[in-house]
Design a binder for this molecule. Structure first.
Ligand code: G
Ligand code: G
Ligand code: MN
Ligand code: NA
Length: 251
């Protein structure tokens, strides 16, 4: 209960910050995108991981207000980097199922892009399979509207849901993010799933990003099997904006 009260106050006082983790082109090593990951800076408790408070935010509905804050903060930051003269990069924002299904979600995205003057191509939205398989007709409609706006959709934690793959063709998904659990298997158990997801994604004209890349061995394997992009501690942990700026290029 204490945590809930604190989280309410955190929303009011905007005690959140966004960290960013680079996404790297496997062939050139260039930073080609950033994922925004929220942190709660609590005056009493210090920095709290989203793994701890996002589930609570979803249960209490606070995720809507938090999600609104994240979208606004990520777009504002990305526009600020462009204004500072850094080469433009897409920033990926994680979207909860509750947020995605809110009737005003698409309108909110449009408004944030307008208010921050960020070109839609520099915003990517990460959704999970659980969103993709729910309420198919509604999901298709929302994804089509988002696509019409001009932003890209990434399917996060890909391979961990229990769904038919048929939706991949129906939905306008631009990017597949291979779940880190499969990357962990590379060099230990079996890399077949990773390799297969890469082939699948490419044959459906999607970009493929491997998440949770921690070792050179994993990275080498991913390059070998043609994974376009990689993200993980091998390249950088999620870090505050000032740290990310050291990794950005001048336009
Ligand atoms: O950054 P970290 O590994 O601690 O994130 C833990 C979990 O919290 C991940 O599943 C991540 O997707 C989720 N998460 C991080 N930032 C956000 C956010 O802004 N919105 C939502 N809905 N989830 C987030
Ligand atoms: O659910 P989502 O994929 O958005 O969650 C991303 C989470 O994975 C973030 O909490 C981020 O901090 C974490 N993460 C990013 N890179 C690595 C990594 O190389 N290893 C591990 N264990 N976690 C990672
Ligand atoms: Mn993600
Ligand atoms: Na993920």
């Amino acid at each position: 209960l204490d945590l809930i009260n604190n989280l309410h106050r955190a929303v009011e006082k905007e005690e959140f910050v966004l960290y960013y983790q680079p996404q790297v082109n496997s062939l050139t090593g260039e930073v080609v995108g950033l994922e925004a990951l929220i942190r709660w800076e609590s005056p009493e408790m210090g920095i709290i991981s989203p793994a701890e408070f996002i589930p609570l935010a979803e249960e209490t509905g606070l995720i809507i207000a938090i999600g609104d804050w994240v979208l606004k903060a990520a777009c504002t930051q990305n526009k600020a980097w462009q204004n500072l003269g850094y080469a433009s990069l897409p920033v990926s924002v994680n979207i909860s199922a509750l947020q995605f299904q809110e009737s005003s979600f698409v309108d909110k995205v449009v408004k944030v892009l307008k208010d921050t003057e960020l070109d839609p191509r520099w915003l990517h939205l990460e959704i999970t399979e659980s969103i993709a398989i729910k309420d198919t007709e509604l999901t298709i409609d929302i994804l089509n509207r988002l696509k019409d706006i001009g932003l890209k959709i990434a399917l996060d934690d890909f391979g961990t849901g229990f769904s038919s793959l048929g939706y991949l063709k129906k939905f306008k998904i631009n990017v597949l993010k291979i779940d880190s659990s499969f990357i962990r298997d590379i060099g230990e158990e079996d890399a077949t799933i990773t390799k297969t997801i890469i082939v699948l994604g490419k044959s459906l004209n999607m970009e493929v990003i491997a998440e949770g890349v921690e070792t050179k061995e994993q990275f080498n394997y991913l390059k070998e099997v043609g994974c376009d992009k990689v993200q993980g501690y091998l390249f950088s942990r999620p870090v505050p904006p000032a740290e990310i700026e050291k990794m950005l290029y001048i336009a």
